[in-house]
Design a protein around this ligand. Sequence first.
Ligand SMILES: [Zn+2]
Length: 528
Amino acid sequence: MALDIAIRGGRVHDGTGADPVEADVGVRDGRVVEVGRVDAAATREIDARGLVVAPGFIDIHSHSDYTLLVDARAASAIAQGVTLEVVGNCGFGCAPLGGRALAASAIYGFDGSVKLAWNSVGGYLEALERARPAVNVLALVPNGQLRLATMGLVERPATPAELDAMRGMLRDGLAEGAFGFSTGLEYPAERGAGEEELTALVAEAARAGGLYATHTRSRDAGAVEAIEEAIRTAGRAGARLQISHLLPRKTDEGELERGIGLVDDARARGTDLRFDMHTRLFGTTYLDTILPPWASAGGPEGLRRMLDDPDARARARGFTSVVAGGGWDRVFLLDTPVAPALARRSLGEAARELGRDPHDLAFDVLRDAIGAPARPMVMIRAYTPEQQEQVFAHPGCMPGSDATTLAPDGPLAGAVFHGAYSWAAWFFRFMVRERRALGEAEAIHRLTGLPARVLGLADRGVLRLGARADIAVFDADDFGERATTFEPNLFAAGMRHVVVNGALAFADGALTGARAGEVLRRRLPPRF
Ligand SMILES: [Zn+2]
């Protein structure tokens, strides 16, 4: 029988980390139906001689929850071989939802262009399906939305009744197809969550066979203790654990080594533990993260009054945030029309030059940004290449974008999210070609078979007979990022063809317009 696609003569990696074989790959009806010598003719012939043929890449840590609804082409991801996005990370996400105004603050890339017209995880997954994404998508239930919907924006533990309500929402989300539960304990919505409360929620996820992915309570001072808390929580709840972007932002006193030591100890004790890491030497977040929760309570007008009031500013300065926790010199403002003269500069350095207090300078930017279309973002310089190499070389590490999908044209053309266009390409170029710290097969495994196993997917992330035909074909000598720190919106180089569920989404180095992604729903174990 004729094939839909035949990929001939490539260096085929199966995603398990095993050595590659030179083989043809036949695709029919969305599945891999032949690996080896393929004689049958195909509607579409691909000459892969000299190229790598691998399972499509899995972005285990994505924030594309909303951008996939705005522009479902996921161009930045497809162009670097990504065929599956895991959304709902860091306690942020699109479902379940309570009050819309608060909910929007825990959705990356929210711009109002797509209305939040659902409440449940099931409703959101259906909205995603209607958007017809070019990539496959699956979701975690974000703790930030559970808390915002149940308690509003407050910094205290949940009452027993509130915890019950959150457990109910989580249980529903898991029953409707979510793959696990995520927290972002460093963010205002979740800071008040106590360990008991978290353990009860994580146990709920574990009962459904779901994964626990956590952005830990602190990534500056106290980062090591926060990793301990994550391991303890997952252990007591009996959950599989994924620690998000493990590498602490503060690494000058051995925090990195201690963090990795804790991971190694837990894994040696048999804990099912992996971690993900973004590929930036920077952390990025919104500048308004420096505001204490009370500052945003009165909406935009309340915020303006607060920022115009020197006494209120003085009080707000006492609030220690993710952004300024390690000092202002390492905080760089990204391009923003609100403050063009400060863009791409260290706020600490700029403040010294202007004879200003850096915190005050940041407050000025936030005041000018009230009502602006996009919230100003900052980068926090955090890591050295040596530290990145050390972390990515760890057998428990999976790279991820920690970004949203974007496209250089269309409704997201003006948006910037570091890593969106470059994460997988950077990882491969940096770890395989530049540092020679991982072999080709192992690097591909970290992008494919390993995250698939963590997610419990049997027929994705692997390239073998019967698997879903998610495939990346690329030039291993050329695959790499073109995006740079301040020019982040450039497609990766070296990707040649990308197949999603048997459809060519990228052919001869260009997007085809195919949008064949599926929205995956996890089936619950029988006794749940
Ligand atoms: Zn994240």
